[in-house]
Design a protein around this ligand. Structure first.
Ligand code: NDP
Length: 278
């Protein structure tokens, strides 16, 4: 039976550690405030924003909610970001993505002060990550590293394959693994023989956005499999990019969906918020 990596448990441990840190900061008279901006009322975004607010409450971080109508213009949003950038009471700023189509996402990410960019999406923070300087790191890949470390899975010297090269998951994931001294291969939709590459992985990290795509044929015996994907099927049941049941008997450790990577993203966001106040 493989080790089932419990993201719920590990994320709770992290949040509890942060709660203590925040309490100490409060004793020193320091409050932490996260501004969360949602434009429009996409139901999935509303759920994510709600979960972020709940996590803030749990840890003792103040959250400032901006629920803006769908018709908000790019200029109006940029103005709010500018105000928050200049507000010393606000430590972190988060704009829930995606924003409506009439707003240029790249412009919004660029407008957030890199010092308040708790999502770690600003080009300055992405650049810092790639040259090993301290900055905010994208929460999902940072969460995967914590999952591995806190499950006592060695990364150093391991053959790691990341499937997916998005700016928020795949690319920062591969840089973080490299920092941990793994040998890293990145795959994407143009990879010629995906199975041949994924079967080399001691640690296989999948972030492709294709439900149950990775079956046992893609996985080496005894591999560690981290499933970043999250999908809701027609019966309203959640599943990942990995066919969990199919690979289960072949792997040495695996993250479930739900309860694997998902809860870690918010825990690492909270971590970035605390960092933003230090
Ligand atoms: P994107 O759609 O931005 O990127 C998907 C990547 O996968 C692309 O690089 C794409 O390649 C690659 N890809 C797609 N299909 C294949 C294929 N058949 N073979 C090889 N590579 C493929 O997705 P994200 O990175 O944003 O998200 C990935 C998944 O993770 C989604 O299911 C998303 O919901 C989930 N997610 C979960 C989070 C969490 O907190 N648990 C947070 C963020 C995302 P190419 O570049 O060539 O197009």
């Amino acid at each position: 039976m493989p080790q089932i990596i419990d993201g719920k448990l590990i994320s709770t441990q992290i949040k509890d550690e942060l709660k203590e840190k925040v309490a100490k900061l409060k004793e020193e008279g320091k409050e932490i405030t996260l501004a969360v901006i949602q434009v429009g009322n996409d139901p999935a975004s509303t759920v994510y924003v709600g979960n972020k607010k709940k996590a803030c409450e749990y840890i003792g971080i103040n959250s400032l909610a901006y629920e803006l109508p769908e018709e908000t213009t790019e200029a109006q949003l940029l103005e709010i970001i500018d105000e928050l950038n200049n507000n010393d009471m606000v430590n972190g700023i988060l704009v829930q993505l995606p924003v409506p189509k009439h707003i240029n996402e790249e412009k919004i990410i660029d407008a957030i002060s890199p010092l308040k960019d708790v999502d770690g999406f600003h080009p300055q923070n992405v650049g810092k990550l790639s040259i090993g300087q301290k900055g905010f790191v994208s929460c999902t890949p940072a969460g995967v590293i914590q999952l591995l470390k806190r499950s006592n899975i060695d990364i150093d010297g391991k053959e790691c394959v990341v499937v997916g090269r998005s700016n928020i998951v795949g690319k920062p994931m591969s840089v973080l693994l490299l920092q941990e001294n793994a040998t890293v291969t990145i795959c994407h939709s143009h990879t010629a023989d995906l199975k041949e590459v994924t079967k080399r992985a001691d640690i296989l990290i999948v972030a492709i956005g294709q439900p149950k795509f990775i079956t046992s044929e893609y996985v080496k015996e005894g591999a560690v499999v981290i499933d970043v994907g999250i999908h809701r099927n027609e019966n309203n049941k959640l599943c990942g990019d990995v066919d969990y049941d199919d690979v289960f008997d072949k792997v040495s450790a695996i993250t479930p969906v739900p309860g694997g990577v998902g809860p870690m993203t918010i825990a690492m966001l909270m971590n970035n918020c605390v960092e933003s106040a230090l």
